[in-house]
Design a protein around this ligand. Sequence first.
Ligand code: ZN
Length: 317
Amino acid sequence: MKTIGVDLGGSHVLATMVDDGGKIVDRAEHDIVDLTFDVAIKTIGAAIDDVLKGAKENVAGIGLGSPGNIDLSTGTVKYSPNFGWHDVPLGERLRERFKMPVFIANDARSATLGEHTYGAGRGTANFVLLTLGTGIGGGIVAEGTLLVGNNAGAGEVGHHQIRATDGFHCNCGKVGCFEAQASGTGLIRHALAIAPSFPRSTLVSGKPEKLGSKAIRRAAEAGDPHGLAAWNRYIDDLARGIANIIAFVNPEMIALGGGVAGAGDFLLNAVRPKADELTTMVPRGRTQIVAASLGNDAGAIGAATMARRGGLTTKEH
Ligand SMILES: [Zn+2]
């Protein structure tokens, strides 16, 4: 049985056809140039059409991961700051158009379902996924169950404050959120904040808005003093947030995905001892901190899994 998994991002939509082993057998990617709902829904529909065209057998349903807070029963996007959407009937419109079951969930929760079912978290009962990209997306599996929460908001770990007095301003309006400090954007903020102390640094020689997190990581790997100082501050904040999550959830594994996690062992070897150091209320060294394994496909694979299971759940029915 095949299902369609869709991952909706701010600049593009990825539609995939996924088999019941979690393998992507077909994919289509379309750019989203206009975030207005009526225009975006056409782009989403066109991407789904592309993978439906190649399907040789019946397709059981569509799952979609979208940024924002989602009403899981209807698939209405209640609120999506990235898209400027309020109460848009995404699920209803896709059901009307494709005449099949449609399930919508938050994109980070969808990616967590994917990583837990087919990726790094496979076989774990207590698992956390953190995607370190423009923001920090997260999801929590506790005792085998993906936490959804009262208003489908469980797992928004990006917005716990780790530097409430001396941190960076977060897009959510608070100061020093985990996301503001330890996302890819956070790494850039650290580099810019300490730039005056490194007058000879070439890292910010161009326009500050052109600086990317990868360039900083590469500079740190090469031993550049400015890059290394920014990286160390970043690692401190990442470890601080991870230690909090260990205290909240006591997971057996935390998988790191997203752009910054592309640093692999350079990141993991730096963050593990610091997270251990800051772990106080549970035994140290018992949470494996690893790289996520599905990369940018986690969200789409999780969405397809959701369509197969009939909802955002770790349980096969
Ligand atoms: Zn925040």
